[in-house]
Design a protein around this ligand. Structure first.
Ligand SMILES: *Cc1c(COP(=O)(O)O)cnc(C)c1O
Length: 354
């Protein structure tokens, strides 16, 4: 595979690393390629970052045919840049694409595109504590027709955004509201796919929670509104009477790579981790009788996000006195240690870009 390179003629100034925030700044270039059934994936190119020009009838604008991924490049103390479990993102993107009838990308091709792009933009990876270069691969149906049919022309793009530390003022536990009206996904739907439509469906509940002073909602299953699924756009874990519980992947839950890594680290260290159904009633009992020891969300952006307060209907419960618990802190230290290359990567999860 040949990747054409068109270098920007007006390189941008790098933003101040202390005011990055998330997703505001973009690097000088982007990776692109196209798909059609005759040629397969073709026209791989790294080009100057610029606005897209798409047909007003483009499939994605009307029927939401889109999937995406999110991962980070991390600057190590020795100056090298590395990725965390990128093959997991590539496989998940293909699973998401399969669900939306978008074409898959052969794993080795996707890996080559991603690493070539990161190599090209690596100087944009900030080095300030907690910062990273956020990578957003995505693909969308791009047929120039309003007919509802499987897509023929698909565009795949990777953009990169230098992003700030998720925790600028230390790790503060968040307030979460258990959502009992809207649902995010149903079994048989697209819950396990990382697609834009899931986010569109989540916005209303998120906005309502925010108005009431909560940072995220805890989703219940879409059929019985009984079983815990995820928190906002993160997976969720609980420590109840010594047992670590996380909802099992029933099809309506996004299979997070941070979730998977937390489970693997904890099991490796001898903790009992059960992936099972957890009802809101069981959780409510554990909150009431004090056996809920810790609760946290997990995802690439925050790594882990401790939950300090949970509300259900009209009741409000405090978790671990509103402070981060020892298991949550340990997971944060272990995963960030590996990601930023501060501790030995004994699991072989990192991929160095040279
Ligand atoms: C991306 C995402 C997650 C977290 O996945 P990671 O691979 O850990 O970043 C969890 N839930 C939803 C809905 C997501 O979109």
């Amino acid at each position: 595979m040949e990747i054409k390179f068109v270098k920007t003629t007006c390189p941008k100034e790098k933003p101040d690393p202390s005011t990055l925030g998330f997703g505001h700044y973009f690097t000088d270039h982007m990776f692109m390629m196209e798909y059609d059934p005759e040629k397969g994936w073709h026209d791989q190119r790294i080009v100057p970052f610029e606005n897209l020009s798409i047909h007003p009838a483009s499939t994605v604008l009307h029927y939401g045919s889109e999937v995406f991924e999110g991962l980070k490049a991390y600057r190590r103390a020795d100056g090298k840049v590395q990725l965390f479990r990128p093959m997991e993102n590539i496989r998940r993107m293909n699973n998401s694409a399969e669900r939306l009838c978008l074409p898959q990308i052969p794993e080795d091709m996707a890996f080559e595109c991603l690493t070539a792009f990161v190599r090209c933009e690596q100087e944009w990876t900030p080095s300030k504590e907690g910062t990273s270069l956020y990578l957003r691969p995505f693909m969308f149906g791009n047929d120039e027709s309003l007919g509802v049919h499987t897509v023929h022309h698909v565009t795949f793009i990777i953009i990169a955004s230098p992003s700030g530390s998720y925790y600028k003022e230390g790790i503060n536990p968040v307030k979460i509201m258990i959502e009992d009206q809207d649902v995010r996904a149903v079994r048989g739907g697209t819950g396990y796919a990382k697609c834009g439509g899931n986010y569109a469906a989540s916005n209303r509940a998120g906005e309502r929670a925010e108005k009431k002073g909560y940072s995220q909602v805890l989703w219940l299953d879409g059929v019985e509104r009984k079983y815990i699924e995820e928190v906002g756009a993160m997976n969720v874990m609980f420590k109840i009477a010594g047992e670590i519980v996380t909802p099992k992947l029933t099809g309506s839950i996004l299979p997070g790579i941070t979730r998977k890594s937390c489970i693997e680290v904890l099991r490796d260290e001898g903790y009992t981790v059960n992936e099972r159904l957890l009802s809101v009633d069981e959780l409510e009992r554990a909150m009431a009788d004090g056996t809920l020891e810790e609760a946290w969300g997990c995802g690439t952006a925050a790594v882990v996000s401790p939950i300090g307060e949970l509300s259900y209907k009209d009741e409000v419960f405090t978790v671990n006195g509103g402070k981060i618990g020892p298991v949550t802190q340990h997971l944060y230290d272990t995963l960030t240690g590996i990601q930023w290359g501060k501790t030995e990567d004994k699991y072989g999860w990192t991929v160095q870009i040279d």
